[in-house]
Ligand binder design. Structure first.
Ligand SMILES: Nc1nc2c(ncn2[C@@H]2O[C@H](COP(=O)(O)OP(=O)(O)OP(=O)(O)O)[C@@H](O)[C@H]2O)c(=O)[nH]1
Ligand SMILES: [Mg+2]
Length: 220
């Protein structure tokens, strides 16, 4: 499989319909006790500070101000939960790998994020966002090994692809696919996106709608 597989029209339509439905904020947690009850399947957006997690949540839901975005790395300091159409929750995670926030802060939020990633039963898929200009770095490798060890299924999403020329993009897509394929918990396909230009967004919506549907079938 490659990242440019074309999705079926009905899958894209299911994605469009799901993400056209209401998406509402339900909780912001900065400690384990504050996590909301596990009510629906969850998909989480993880990645380095500033990689574009909040922007991607906004692009997917078509709401520019749903998740708070910022020029300042380390802006999202809590785990933020959004209920999408009572079907599944989107979780915007704090970023990792940002060095100049106060050390105690970093420790607290890294610990919480790790605990969440490793121990949340309702977590169906983690989208691991990678800046297309940087590729997979050592901080990402650490998170990937955590996900492998805890058997949390994850898929890699390249972000900010509008910043690259076609040749550069092709190279990073190939590199990232090769690196991703080595991991047991990784989804075989990677997603190539730009929240700014809305590239790859409808395909990712379709994929998430597919996950929600899978869950529904399992419950029946
Ligand atoms: N050119 C371009 N810029 C983007 C894109 N996505 C996000 N950005 C910019 O990158 C910066 C960080 O975006 P955020 O969405 O706040 O990143 P984040 O991963 O949520 O950051 P933290 O919450 O700090 O971990 C902002 O200035 C965004 O405007 C994109 O697709 N293209
Ligand atoms: Mg954020």
């Amino acid at each position: 499989m490659t990242s440019i597989d074309i999705q079926e029209e009905h899958e894209l339509e299911a994605g469009r319909q799901l993400f056209a439905k209401p998406c509402v904020f339900i909780a912001a947690a900065n400690n384990l006790e504050a996590l909301p009850d596990m009510q629906r399947p969850e998909v989480a957006f993880a990645g380095r500070s500033n990689v574009g997690k909040s922007s991607l949540v906004n692009a997917l839901t078509g709401r520019r101000m749903l998740a708070r975005t910022s020029q300042t790395p380390g802006r999202t300091r809590q785990l933020i939960f959004f209920n999408l159409a009572d079907r599944l929750d989107l979780v915007d995670l704090p970023g990792y790998g940002y060095a100049s926030a106060p050390k105690t802060d970093i420790k607290a939020w890294t610990k919480l994020t790790r605990q969440f990633l490793a121990g949340r039963q309702s977590l169906q898929r983690v989208f691991l966002l990678i800046d297309s200009r940087r590729g997979i770095g050592s901080a990402d490798e650490e998170v990937i090994s955590l996900l492998n060890d805890t058997a949390v299924s994850f898929a890699v999403v390249l972000t900010k692809t509008d910043k690259l020329k076609m040749l550069e993009l092709n190279k990073i897509v190939t590199d990232t696919e090769q690196k991703t394929a080595k991991n047991v918990a990784a989804f075989p396909k990677i997603w190539v996106t730009s929240s700014e230009k809305a590239h790859g967004i409808k395909e990712l919506r379709a994929h998430i709608a597919g996950l929600a549907l899978e869950q529904l079938h399992q419950e029946q």
